[in-house]
Structure formats: structure tokens, C-alpha cells
Design a protein around this ligand. Sequence first.
Ligand code: PEP
Ligand code: MG
Length: 367
Amino acid sequence: MPELTGDLDTILEWADEFRTLGVRANADNPEDAELSRNFGAAGIGLCRTEHMFLGDRKQIIQSFILHDDELIREKAVADLFAAQTGDFYGMFKAMDGYPVIVRLLDPPLHEFLESPRALDVEIARMEAAGAAAEAIAEKRDLMEKIDSFAEQNPMLGMRGCRLGIVYPILPTMQVRAIATATARLKKEGLDPRPEIMIPLVSVAPELAKLRAQAEAAIAEVAAEEGVELDIPVGTMIELPRAAVTADEIAQYADFFSFGTNDLTQTTFGFSRDDVEAEFVPQYLTERLLPFNPFATIDPGVAKLVKMGVELGHEGNPDIVCGVCGEHGGDPDSIQTFNAIGLDYVSCSPYRVPVARLAAGQAALRQR
Ligand code: PEP
Ligand code: MG
């Protein structure tokens, strides 16, 4: 496991003496969490729980989404709960005594479903191999069902908190798993500090609803386990509407984390997944854009962050504000975030040392 040693460690300790901006890491497994601690992260600013649903786990979510049979759905939820409780137990243990912000499921539904194109290929192969008609028909049914979930613009569709509003059992399952892992660690004498983050909120009632649901689930687990649980609930601010109505949203939030990847995408209307395509490189060559706004925070997007922080404090004077988009590890963006008055940045583990240094420099320059 890499660690910081020697001169670099000393320089970073100097930077830490000056900086006021906290530095956390984005991590979703105990190994990365430990690496983040070695690099000096003061907690996990973003644990993307969808990363915990790769491989076989995807099948459990798929069976929850696609089956109408209540028993199959209940079994899928129980399996997911058991798996997530183990995931969170490992994460919180690795970060004992440090905050861990767990974001509830965020991606568009289709990311949890098999690809219709792959199923089509499989059906063709089954037909060529002379497979039983019944088995082929079953695959076709599955493909049609998955197709019925197709969206024209999945990144603007059923994702983020919208998933939780439509399938309330999913966030409840995750919150129960977070609370149960916390209760178990507390009983072992550890100091787990989870926080729950709701993604892609655009209107305050979404957060009000999901927060109430989360609080009810936490209270239930606390009673079942006989342990006191105090778990903050906050939200990502990653849509322009959320930034400009942050005073309303903050009334239901203990913290804000600015998702500058999505905020950049939705402010510009540029796809974050196609940034290398066609027009952006030309824009950069012709200096229509001074730099890639997905790498370094754009001044227009930064204005929205500033507005979000200011309005957020109007709605909740105690609100804690951070950034967890890629920009959180970029030195130029860190200067901007420091000037805006954010409380922390969160970045990938390997960028933590650079972020500590940049935060120290930003504080010195602001003197
Ligand atoms: C973001 O949008 O900036 C963010 C951190 O979330 P994700 O990259 O997972 O969408
Ligand atoms: Mg996002």
C-alpha cells in the first residue's frame, strides 16, 4: 500500500498548517479508503455505491427491476441488503473515526440491466446452435422487457433521486444497510461516521421526501439494534436548478456536495461522456473555450457553486459545503473553491497529496 514519506510528507505537513480547505477522497472500497488515509485524506467525500454493483450483483438489481413477482423482488432486496451491509461495514471500519459520505444509487436504470444488443447476439447464437424454442422465447421476453426501460436521454432520465422516488425500497434498503453496519461497528466499540447523500436533486420536495424516508429507516434500525444513531443527510448539488434554489433545498440538508461533473454538463449542455468528440477540441483550438471545463472549473459554473454556497447558508446557516466532482483534485479549481469559501474538496485518492498542496498554496495567496 503506497504511503507518503520523506521530503514530500514534510512539505505536505507545511501545506496542512496553512490550509483551511479540508481534503477528502472519493473511494468505494476499503482498499481505496485505506490508501486515502495514507495520503492524508480527512474522510471520504464520495462513496459511489453503484460501483458496489458490478458483476453478479448487477443480476440482483436486474431481477428486482424486471420481476413482477413479489417474492422474487423481496428476495432480491434481502440479498442486496445483506451485500450492502457487508460493503458498508468494510468501508466504515477502514475509515474509523472519519466521515464517510455514502451516496445512494445514482446511475440510469439501464446500467443495471443486461444490454439488449448483447442479448440479441446471444439469441442469434442460440438459434444457430439449435437451442430449445422455449429457452429462446424466454430470452426474447427478457430482451423486450429490458427494451421497455430504454430512454432517449438516460442521463436526463430515471437516475439519481428519481430512482429512489419511483422505487422507494431501494434507498430504504441502502439506508438500512448503512445504519445496520454502523450499529454493528458501534457495538464493537468503533467510531463509524457515515453520512447519507441523495443524488441529482432538483427540487426541495424530492429531498424532503427522501430525507423523511431515510430518517424513518434509521430510527427503525436504531430501535432494532438498541443503538443510538445520528446520521446526517445531505444532497449533491449538481443541477443548475438546485444551485439557484439552494436556500430551499438547504432546509432539508445537513450538507451540500457540489457534483461539478454533472453541474458542468448540465450548465453547458455538453455531454461529459463525449468531451473528446467533434466540437470541443475545435473550441479549444480556436480559443472559444480557454480550457476543458470538465478538467478545470469554468467561471460560469463556479458562479453557480458560489451562489449555491451563499443561498445554502441562507437556508441552513450550519450547512457544510464541499465539492466531489473531478475538479476537487485540480489545483486551479482548488484556488477557486478556496476563494468561494467551501469547507472541503474530495478527489480520487492519488490526487489527495496534490489537493493538500494546492489548498495550502490557495490559503497563502489569499492572505
Ligand atoms: C458529479 O457529478 O460531479 C459527481 C461527483 O457525481 P458522478 O461523477 O458520479 O456523476
Ligand atoms: Mg453526478
